[in-house]
Design a protein around this ligand. Structure first.
Ligand code: SAM
Length: 221
C-alpha cells in the first residue's frame, strides 16, 4: 500500500476554457483570432473577457487563472516534498500537479500550458507525467487525511491542526463562498480560520505553507 502523504488542494480554481455560451462573443472571438486558436480552446480570463462575462453565472468566481498560477508557483517552490498538489476547478475537474513540475513563471506561457492540458488531459516532459486531469473523485485524494478547509468562518488556526496527515484546502477564487456541492464532496472537514478578515488565496497559501514547513521540519529534527 502506498504511503499517505499530505496534500494542498486549491479549491474551485478559476481555470476553465471559454464556455459554450460565450464562444461567439466579439471580445472572445477577437482574442482567439489574435492567438490563432478556436474560441472554445482558450482559457476564460476576466482581464480580457470582462465584457463577455457580464451575464455569466456565478461570474465572481470565474476567469481568474492568475490566482491559481500564483498559488501553484508558491507551492511548487517549497523545498519540502512531503505534500502533493492538486487543483479542483470551478467546473469540478480534479488536476494533479507533480511536485517536479517546473511551471512557467510567465503568465501567458502558463495560460498556454493549461489550454494544452484541457485539450490533451495531461502534460508530459521527458517521459514523465507532470500534470494530469484525474478521473478519480475527491475521495481518493483525501483518503487517510484530515481535511482542513481554510475559511474565515472556522476555528482559530494553531500548529496542532497540522499534527495528522492533512489535506489543506484553500479557495482559489477572488470573491464569494464555496459551493455546497464542493463542501459535500470534502466529507467531514475541519474549517480553520486565520482571522475574520477575508484574505487573498495567495496570502492564505503562503501563510499556511510557512506554518506547515515549520511544523513538518521540526518533526524531522
Ligand atoms: C479570496 S478568498 C475567497 C473569497 C472571500 N470569501 C471573499 O468573498 O472575499 C480565497 C480563499 O482564501 C481562504 N481564506 C480567505 N480568508 C481567510 C481567513 N481569514 N482564514 C482562513 N482562510 C481564509 C479561503 O479558503 C478562501 O476561499
Amino acid at each position: 500500500m502506498s504511503e499517505v502523504r499530505d496534500a494542498f488542494v486549491l479549491l474551485e480554481a478559476n481555470l476553465e476554457l471559454v464556455p459554450e455560451e460565450l464562444k461567439r462573443h466579439p471580445s472572445i472571438v477577437a482574442d482567439a483570432k489574435k492567438r490563432k486558436k478556436r474560441p472554445e480552446d482558450i482559457l476564460l480570463d476576466d482581464s480580457k473577457h470582462h465584457l463577455a462575462m457580464r451575464e455569466l453565472e456565478f461570474r465572481e468566481k470565474r476567469g481568474r487563472p492568475d490566482i491559481v498560477h500564483q498559488c501553484l508557483l508558491l507551492l511548487l517552490d517549497s523545498p519540502l516534498k512531503t505534500f502533493d498538489v492538486y487543483v479542483h476547478t470551478v467546473r469540478d475537474l480534479l488536476i494533479r500537479v507533480d511536485r517536479e513540475t517546473r511551471l512557467p513563471r510567465n503568465y501567458n506561457r502558463f495560460v498556454g500550458l493549461m489550454e494544452d492540458l484541457f485539450k490533451k488531459k495531461k502534460i508530459e516532459a521527458n517521459g514523465k507525467l507532470l500534470i494530469e486531469i484525474l478521473e478519480n473523485d475527491f475521495s481518493e485524494i483525501l483518503e487517510g487525511k484530515e481535511v482542513i478547509l481554510m475559511s474565515e468562518k472556522g476555528e482559530k488556526f494553531s500548529k496542532d491542526v497540522l499534527k495528522k496527515r492533512v489535506a489543506i484546502c484553500i479557495g482559489a477564487f477572488a470573491h464569494g463562498d464555496f459551493f455546497d456541492s464542493t463542501l459535500k464532496k470534502l466529507g467531514n472537514y475541519r474549517a480553520i480560520s486565520l482571522g475574520s478578515l477575508g484574505y487573498t488565496s495567495l496570502y492564505v497559501t503562503s501563510k499556511v505553507l510557512c506554518e506547515y514547513e515549520r511544523v513538518r521540519t521540526s518533526e524531522d529534527c
